[in-house]
Design a protein around this ligand. Structure first.
Ligand SMILES: N[C@@H](CCC(=O)N[C@@H](CS)C(=O)NCC(=O)O)C(=O)O
Length: 216
């Protein structure tokens, strides 16, 4: 059955891989599932046809036969449960890997998104310079905890899993801020994720979309 995901017609990051279709592409590559991509404009994302797939008018979505999903955590979990390669067989190890997926999107990603939003949307506010250090410190607080837990391990809990895929995807957004480099073990962790052939294929695929010459 053909898997179809949606992605930005033109990602605001110009192809740095920060749009969230990259993590879904990465998961699909890790489990060797071919997929098609439907590109959507910002306007189309808010129209009824797309809202029927994604109630919040965002990308990515995932369609497979009569199954339609949104939310990257759910999509990656769906793939990891159905195909070998992203979750351990042992039930407890599997539950821990899923816990890390939730930790990535629910505990680590929110302060990182707050920082991105502050940089993009609050720069012209009179309180921007006062608030920014507070937002950055909240990110540092989380990274401190994550860094302490990781120590010198390669991955979060044993072998690479969907938990790592989500966590690396979340941390990648921090690169431009320089904060990641304050935590050498986390910077190395992200680099290990990016070095995976499946990530490289996913990255190249989204880059090709975003660097293609305009049609017509
Ligand atoms: N929690 C959602 C977030 C999805 C999301 O924020 N998508 C962004 C692209 S990375 C988007 O579509 N932004 C455009 C908008 O919200 O209008 C997920 O993980 O799938």
């Amino acid at each position: 059955m053909t898997i179809t995901i949606t992605a930005f017609e033109k990602s605001p990051d110009g192809g740095k891989g920060l749009a969230r279709d990259t993590r879904v592409r990465w998961a699909l590559e890790e489990v060797s599932q071919p997929y098609a991509v439907r590109l959507v404009s910002f306007r189309a994302m808010k129209e009824p046809a797309h809202l029927a797939l994604h109630p919040f008018g965002q990308i990515p979505t995932y369609e497979e036969g009569d199954l339609a999903l949104f939310e990257t955590g759910s999509i990656v979990l769906h793939l990891a449960e159905r195909h070998a390669g992203l979750l351990p067989r042992d039930a407890n190890a599997r539950a821990r890997a899923i816990t890390w997926m939730f930790a990535a999107v629910n505990t680590v990603e929110p302060p990182i998104l707050d920082l991105s939003a502050a940089r993009v949307m609050e720069r012209d506010k009179p309180w921007y310079e006062d608030r920014l250090p507070l937002v950055m410190d909240r990110v540092r607080g989380r990274l401190n905890q994550l860094s302490a837990r990781m120590g010198d391990a390669d991955w979060l809990d044993g072998a690479f899993s969907a938990g790592d895929l989500m966590m690396v995807s979340v941390l990648l957004r921090l690169r431009a801020s320089g904060i990641l480099d304050e935590f050498p073990n986390l910077a190395a962790y992200v680099a290990r994720g990016e070095a995976r052939p499946a990530y490289q294929r996913a990255f190249e695929a989204q880059l090709a979309v975003n660097t293609a010459p305009p049609k017509g």
